[in-house]
Design a protein around this ligand. Structure first.
Ligand SMILES: [Ca+2]
Ligand SMILES: [Ca+2]
Length: 91
């Protein structure tokens, strides 16, 4: 029980370390595609939690909420693109 929980935490850490998809690409399309694992055109909360950004001092969940403007627990391409440009001070 404790060991498997530790492994879960560890793999979650490794996953988040390897994916700074939101901040790094030069355009939002690449960032979106990097998180949208099943290629259905929306980012589910699970996809975002696993593959989304993991900057210090702010939780991925919080970022998800900020991007998910209409609070339907999914991030559409439009929501993602809007947030991407907002983050860079463009609109
Ligand atoms: Ca998806
Ligand atoms: Ca949404």
């Amino acid at each position: 029980m404790t060991i498997s929980k530790s492994i879960l935490v560890l793999s979650a850490l490794l996953l988040s370390q390897s994916a700074h998809a939101f901040g790094r690409p030069d355009n939002p399309d690449d960032g979106f595609a990097a998180i949208d694992m099943n290629k259905d055109g929306v980012l589910s909360k699970a996809e975002f939690m696993e593959h989304g950004p993991n900057p210090p001092f702010i939780s991925t969940q919080k970022i998800f909420k900020q991007i998910d403007i209409n609070e339907d627990e999914q991030i559409t391409k439009q929501e993602y693109v809007d947030a991407w440009y907002k983050k860079r001070g463009r609109s």
